[in-house]
Ligand binder design. Structure first.
Ligand SMILES: *Cc1c(COP(=O)(O)O)cnc(C)c1O
Length: 370
C-alpha cells in the first residue's frame, strides 16, 4: 500500500494526505525478531529494551506486541518512561536502568517498577523504603564490569551487609565492546561479571544486550536484554540485521529542473553541471534526517538511487531525479528506509549508527502501525 501513493491523493485519510513523510512500523516483523532472538538465547529469558520511546518507534504501540510475542520483562532507562509504560503492559516486569534520582524511590515503587540500583546511595534509599513497607523490595543490582558508566564497583558490593535490606532479583552488567566480537574486552568483562555475581548466589544474571547475544551462550546467563536488534539494527558488522521494523517514505513537495550552473540549497554548495530534474522532499534534520548526510546519502524510487543534492534543511532535502520516472509529481513517495536502504545503511552514509537514526525519527511523520 505504501510502495507508492495512489495518484488520487484524495483517497488518503486527511492526516496522511497532508503529511510530508510516512513512517510505517511493522509489528509483525517486530514479533518475528523477538521470537528469533528468544530462540537464539536458548534457556535464557529474553527481555525487551524499550527505552527512548521504543528506539523511536513508539513504546506504547509496540510493547503489547512484544508482550504477546513472549516478552514478560521490559527495560526502560528513565523513571518517567517506566511510569508511561506501566499501564500499557500491566502484567509485565519493568526495570528502570537508571534507578532513580535521589528522593524518587517511593515514586518508582508506587508505579510497580523495579529499579536497577547503580550506586550505594540508591541501595540505601531502596532499603529504607523497604523498611517502611516492612519487607525488602525487589531490585536489580547493576555492577560495573569495566565500562565505567553505570553500576556498583567491586569495592562497593564487598561492603558487609549493604544488600541486607533489599531483595535482588537480577544482577546485571553491560558490555562496552560486544559489537566487536574479537575484542578481548568482552571476555575480560565477562570474568569480572562472574566474580561480582558471586556475591549474589542464586540470583539470575544478565550481561548481554543485542550484540552480546551473538557472542554465544557463554554470554547469555539467565536473561538477555536486546533492544536494537529487535528493531532491525545489525548486531555487528559481520552479522546481518533481523527484519526491518521501520519503513520511512518521504513525499515529493515540489519538482523543478535546475539549469546548468544553477545551485541548490543553503550555502549553494551543489552546482548543476547539466540541466537536472530535482525533487524537494518533505523531510529534513528536524525529522532526524541529519545534516551530516549531505554529500553521501540517497533515497530510492524502486530500484533507482536518487542522490541527495546540497545541504539538508530543517524541513526538506533535495534529490536528483535523473534516474526516476518522468511522471513523478508532488505527493508521490520515495523510500528513505525500506527494502532498498536499511537503517544501518542510512546510518553509514551519515557517519553514525542505526541506533541514532531510529531514536531521532521525527514527531511530524504520519505513522502507520501494522
Ligand atoms: C540500551 C541498553 C540495552 C539494549 O542495548 P541494545 O544494544 O540496543 O540491544 C541493554 N542493556 C542496557 C544496560 C542498556 O543501556
Amino acid at each position: 500500500m505504501l510502495a507508492s501513493a495512489p495518484k488520487d491523493h484524495r483517497l488518503l485519510p486527511p492526516a496522511q494526505a497532508m503529511a510530508g513523510a510516512w513512517l510505517t512500523i511493522d509489528r509483525g516483523v517486530l514479533a518475528d525478531n523477538y521470537r528469533h532472538l528468544d530462540a537464539l538465547s536458548g534457556d535464557a529469558e529474553c527481555a525487551a529494551v524499550i527505552k527512548a520511546d521504543g528506539y523511536g518507534l513508539g513504546a506504547e504501540q509496540i510493547a503489547p506486541t512484544l508482550y504477546e510475542a513472549g516478552a514478560k520483562t521490559f527495560f526502560v532507562a528513565h523513571l518517567v518512561e517506566g511510569i508511561r509504560l506501566r499501564p500499557v503492559v500491566p502484567e509485565a516486569r519493568i526495570f528502570v536502568l537508571h534507578g532513580f534520582m535521589p528522593g524518587c524511590a517511593k515514586l518508582l515503587h508506587e508505579h510497580n517498577l523495579i529499579p536497577a540500583l547503580n550506586d550505594v546511595a540508591q541501595v540505601r534509599e531502596w532499603a529504607a523504603l523497604g523498611a517502611d513497607h516492612g519487607q525488602a523490595l525487589p531490585c536489580a543490582v547493576q555492577v560495573d564490569s569495566g565500562m565505567s558508566r553505570f553500576g556498583l564497583s567491586a569495592e562497593d558490593i564487598a561492603e558487609e551487609g549493604l544488600f541486607d535490606g533489599v531483595a535482588p532479583c537480577l544482577v546485571m552488567s553491560h558490555l562496552a565492546c560486544a559489537d566487536t566480537p574479537e575484542n578481548p574486552a568482552n571476555a575480560a568483562q565477562r570474568q569480572n561479571f562472574l566474580a561480582m555475581a558471586e556475591y549474589f548466589p542464586g540470583v539470575p544474571r544478565s550481561l548481554a544486550a543485542s550484540s552480546g547475544i551473538f557472542l554465544g551462550p557463554d554470554y547469555h546467563f539467565e536473561l538477555v536484554r536486546p533492544g536494537a536488534a529487535l528493531y532491525g539494527v545489525a548486531p555487528n558488522d559481520d552479522t546481518p540485521s533481523l527484519g526491518q521494523v521501520a519503513r520511512l517514505m518521504a513525499r515529493i513537495t515540489q519538482i523543478r529542473t535546475v539549469p546548468a550552473g544553477g545551485r541548490i540549497g543553503y550555502g549553494l554548495t551543489w552546482e548543476a553541471q547539466r540541466p537536472t530534474r530535482v525533487a524537494t522532499l518533505g523531510i529534513g534534520y528536524a525529522d532526524g534526517f541529519f545534516r551530516a548526510q549531505a554529500g553521501s546519502a540517497a533515497v530510492w524510487y524502486g530500484e533507482q538511487r536518487l542522490p541527495l543534492l546540497g545541504r539538508v534543511s530543517m524541513d526538506s532535502i533535495s534529490v536528483d531525479l535523473t534516474n526516476a520516472p518522468v511522471d513523478l509529481e508532488p505527493g508521490d513517495v520515495v523510500t528513505v528506509l525500506g527494502a532498498q536502504q536499511s537503517v544501518d545503511a542510512l546510518a553509514a552514509s551519515g557517519k553514525t549508527i542505526g541506533y541514532e537514526i531510529l531514536t531521532s525519527l521525527g514527531a511530524r511523520f504520519y505513522r502507520v502501525y501494522l
